[in-house]
Design a protein. Structure first.
Length: 500
């Protein structure tokens, strides 16, 4: 029997009334297992209204009350890790261990939010002039919204709403309609933890719901993670409607391997970073740049490791990589591999013909490895978002860095080398927001911020960390003078205020 996913508004499940439904498939079988309600603009209005009503009290609640709820929430999330991960596997397809890792990285931000009292401390300067003090404080924005992608249906929402509500805002989440169930469970657990009704709301939907949030006059800010074209649209539309925006876009992350690198370690890292989560992550390494004469040896080592990866349903403990999210996405990823040779690449591994016994209708694709890829080819220029690794050759370090910096994307990058001087130079010269030195996926820990450069980020603030706190609050400076009780009023002075 097909499951139905409805909205979560005002602390309870609210049935969809638009009459529009989206299918949710099990990527391992291709079967439709769930239908999800797609919200109308009126249903988005109801969620925003619930958040606005809740803000009247949550926005002025004490830090002790907010952190108390968040500590309880953290405990519930920890207790329900496996349940959340199982929903991710069922609708996204990633293997259970990978889904558990996603939940763990989301929990980091909940833990950061538990310590929000430190992050929200203001500043005070006394006696800037005679009996004049100046204080800087941060206050919440009001109702804020998050629009999140299919590839991390639990982690990316948790990168947003825990900090937002810790800062005193209320939140409307629009998760991906491809794997919506995890978002509802996150909201239900927050309610069990004591979060007041309306502080966190979930509306499911497509472009209709997104546009309603971007245009809604009561939404003060929008956070987004997704592809670059949509991030650009989100930023332009929400900004034009007077909203604060952080819109994280796509990526083409490079790994520069210098001749002195430990090639076994580099090959291990390349396989893990390129093919983990079936390549469906914005921090995947999708381009390896081999410098000097090491290219053939490095490609051989990558191939040797890639051929051993076991692909199967995420529910199988032996599976190391699962299927792609939809059949259409699988076919698009495959097209980059089938067209690679005509654009000059050497197809070392072609995973497009993979099938899995017993799961013939699943959205399967194997690992593909393309060598000697041209920077002008489609496989290099586009964000493929699948298990396809491109290898490019560069004669020198300078050529490799130039290649990376010429990319329109600037999300993450990595260098593999034993040379500390080269690594230091790389981290200063490369044009990307997140850099790894012998670390292939340099996703920052929760108390540092995540975000790219160039076409990988639209807006001024990165997500979570200090940037996240600043995004979900606005500064206010208060200048105060109190007369000394022993003195009479000073009288009127129309001159310019003197600081000295």
């Amino acid at each position: 029997m097909t499951k139905t996913v409805h909205h979560w508004i005002g602390g309870k499940t609210v049935e969809g009334t638009s009459g529009n439904w989206g299918p949710v498939t099990d990527p391992a079988t291709g079967a439709v297992t769930t239908r999800v309600a797609l919200a109308s603009a009126e249903e988005v209005d109801a969620a925003v209204a619930a958040a606005k009503a809740a803000y009247a009290t949550w926005g002025t609640s004490s830090l002790a009350q907010r952190t108390g709820v968040l500590f309880a929430y953290r405990a519930l999330l920890d207790a329900h890790r496996d349940e959340i991960a199982a929903l991710i596997t069922a609708e996204h397809g990633k293997v259970h261990s990978d889904a558990l890792g996603e939940v763990a990285r989301g929990l980091e931000i909940v833990e950061l939010a538990c310590g929000i009292t430190v992050q929200l401390k203001g500043e005070l300067s006394t006696q800037v002039s005679s009996r004049v003090d100046v204080a800087a404080i941060r206050q919440p924005l009001g109702v804020v919204a998050g629009i999140t992608p299919f590839n991390f249906p639990a982690m990316v929402p948790m990168w947003m709403f825990p900090l937002a509500i810790a800062c005193g805002n209320t939140f409307v989440l629009k998760p991906s309609e491809k794997d919506p169930s995890a978002a509802n469970l996150l909201a239900e657990l927050a309610s069990q933890a004591g979060l007041p009704d309306g502080v966190l709301n979930v509306v499911h939907g497509d472009k209709v719901a997104v546009d309603a949030l971007l245009e809604h006059p009561d939404v003060a800010a929008v956070s987004f993670v997704g592809s670059t074209p949509i991030a650009r649209h989100i930023h332009a539309t929400a900004s034009a409607n007077g909203k604060r925006v952080q819109a994280l876009g796509g990526a083409k992350n490079h790994m520069l391997v210098l001749p002195d690198a430990d090639l076994d370690a580099a090959a291990d890292a390349a396989v893990s970073a390129a093919y983990g989560s079936a390549g469906e992550r914005c921090m995947a390494i999708s381009a390896v740049v081999a410098v000097g004469a090491i290219g053939d040896e490095l490609v051989g080592k990558i191939r040797e490791r890639a051929e051993k990866i076991k692909i199967g349903p995420g529910t199988d403990p032996d599976s190391e990589m699962g299927p792609l999210i939809t059949a259409a996405h699988r076919d698009k990823v495959a097209s980059y591999v089938t067209g690679a040779a005509a654009q000059g690449a050497e197809v070392v591994l072609d995973g497009t013909g993979l099938t899995v016994d017993g799961y013939e209708n699943g959205h399967w694709i194997g690992l593909s490895l393309l060598d000697k890829v041209s920077p002008d080819s489609d496989a290099y220029r586009d964000e493929i978002f699948g298990p396809v690794l491109c290898v490019l050759r560069a004669d020198t370090y300078e050529d490799g860095v130039r290649l990376i910096n010429d990319s329109p994307f600037g999300n993450g990058t990595a260098i593999f080398t034993r040379d500390g001087g080269a690594a230091r130079r790389f981290q200063l010269e490369v044009q990307a927001g997140m850099v790894g030195v012998n670390v292939p996926i340099p996703v920052p820990v929760g108390y540092h911020s995540f975000g790219g450069w160039k076409d990988s980020l639209f807006g001024d603030h990165h997500i979570y960390g200090n940037d996240g706190v600043h995004f979900y609050t606005r500064g206010k400076v208060v200048t105060t003078r109190w007369p000394d009780p022993s003195e009479a009023p000073a009288g009127v002075d129309l001159g310019f205020p003197r600081n000295h």
